[in-house]
Design a protein around this ligand. Structure first.
Ligand SMILES: [Zn+2]
Length: 410
């Protein structure tokens, strides 16, 4: 039994009992059972496991290899990665991704959706991450998206590589319409991926319109295909930064379709404030999708880190607190309720996007999987960058930390 935890946004602390890996009781005060082990929670914050809904583990920890991305653009990042990609081995990818996952676990992350570059005739990164997904499955849930970094129709054998990835057992299929050679290729690539996902019964997660070009409109095609093929909330649009630049009259029309389609959104505010707006002088666009408006329309949005020390983000640590903090500032979601509820971007909302099912959440009868942070509320955790006290997975502690201490010598 854990004595005194503040569960999510509850006003008062509760005691929580774990038996055989499940939560069997939650109440303001539980009477100990005979011989029961009691852990003190000290009124600290308990959240459902933190979820990384958008990251690239295959490129993690490669910043500077073979050179740094000096311009800070998405496109130079792709060029640098294309050079590094030639040297990939299964061991190299497993080593770096494994280290990145352990770093993420130290921040309370237990579920990770990783995009994996499949514009590689050998599919080396995918083979490595499929092995890692299997090796870690009892501790960390890894969901893999076949991600055509250099395009599907604009890359040699792109469609065949996507089909191969589907056959090898990915969880989801991606696309990159804003990187295809033409608008027609962009549309065709989205049709291809949605039809392939329907055929293999897979989720879809597209890098959609990650560009400041207001004419980049892959999103309307993706949402239409999601609606018409009945894929609906099995489809996710990541980034959608062009939506930042769309004119409002178009967005009003688009929002009707987005709501009807039921698709999810993932925003990566930290990385997109870094990569976008690079062709602007001043005023300089923030390049983050319309999180506030999507959320207010009842559309599901989660936040992702995107990159951990790689050509697109030399300073990404894996800590999603940084992403939420940046996201709230840049989208101006700083009202009291907006701050208090913002943990949902990296917990419940992300769980919907990943289709984690009904066992997710801190409730009696569900798996005893949750994290305890060194703070008494989410607002405090966010403001003070609270460390992890413990990460429980099915009743087992998989990562733990000590309260941070510092001595002020005056
Ligand atoms: Zn990405």
């Amino acid at each position: 039994m854990i004595r005194s935890l503040r569960i999510e946004d509850a006003e008062q602390p509760s005691d929580l009992r774990i038996q055989d890996g499940r939560i069997t009781a939650i109440a303001p005060s539980l009477d100990p059972l005979e011989g029961e082990e009691i852990v003190k929670g000290h009124g600290r914050l308990a959240l459902p496991p933190i979820i990384e809904s958008h990251v690239h583990l295959d490129s993690a920890l490669t910043a500077g290899q073979p050179r740094y991305n000096e311009s800070g653009t998405l496109f130079e990042g792709i060029e640098v990665w294309s050079g590094r990609k030639r040297d990939l081995t299964v061991e190299d990818v497993k080593d770096r991704a494994g280290r990145a996952i352990r770093q993420q676990a130290g921040f309370g992350i237990q579920y990770v959706r990783s995009h994996v570059d499949v514009t590689d005739p050998e599919l080396t990164a995918l083979r490595a991450l499929l092995e890692l997904r299997e090796e870690l499955k009892d501790t960390i849930t890894l969901q893999l998206v076949a991600f055509p970094q250099e395009g599907i129709l604009s890359f040699p054998d792109g469609p065949a590589l996507m089909r191969k990835a589907a056959e090898m057992g990915v969880d989801a299929l991606g696309a990159i319409p804003h990187f295809e050679f033409t608008r027609e290729y962009a549309v065709d690539s989205l049709n291809l991926v949605c039809e392939l996902a329907a055929e293999f019964d897979l989720l879809v997660d597209v890098h959609c319109d990650e560009i400041d070009d207001e004419a980049s409109r892959g999103l309307e095609t993706l949402a239409t295909r999601a609606l018409e093929l009945g894929l609906r909330d099995r489809v996710t649009a990541s980034h959608t930064t062009a939506m930042h630049s769309y004119n409002n009259a178009y967005v009003v029309r688009l929002m009707r379709l987005l709501t009807m389609s039921g698709i999810n959104f993932v925003s990566n505010p930290l990385v997109n404030t870094h990569l976008q707006g690079r062709t602007d002088t001043y005023p300089k666009r923030r390049g983050v999708t319309r999180v506030k408006e999507l959320t207010e329309a009842g559309i599901n949005v989660s936040f992702g880190q995107d990159d951990i020390v790689d050509p697109w983000n030399p300073l990404g640590t894996g800590n999603l607190r940084d992403v939420v903090l940046n996201g709230l500032y840049v989208t101006q979601m700083m009202g009291r309720e907006q701050i208090q509820q913002s943990y949902r971007f990296i917990t419940h909302n992300a769980a919907r996007t990943l289709h984690l099912g009904d066992d997710y959440g801190i409730e009696v009868g569900k798996a005893a999987s949750f994290v305890i942070l060194d703070a008494s509320s989410w607002q405090e955790a966010l403001a003070w960058n609270a460390g992890l006290i413990a990460s429980y997975r099915d009743g087992r502690v998989i990562a733990r930390g000590e309260p941070a201490t510092r001595e002020i010598l005056f």
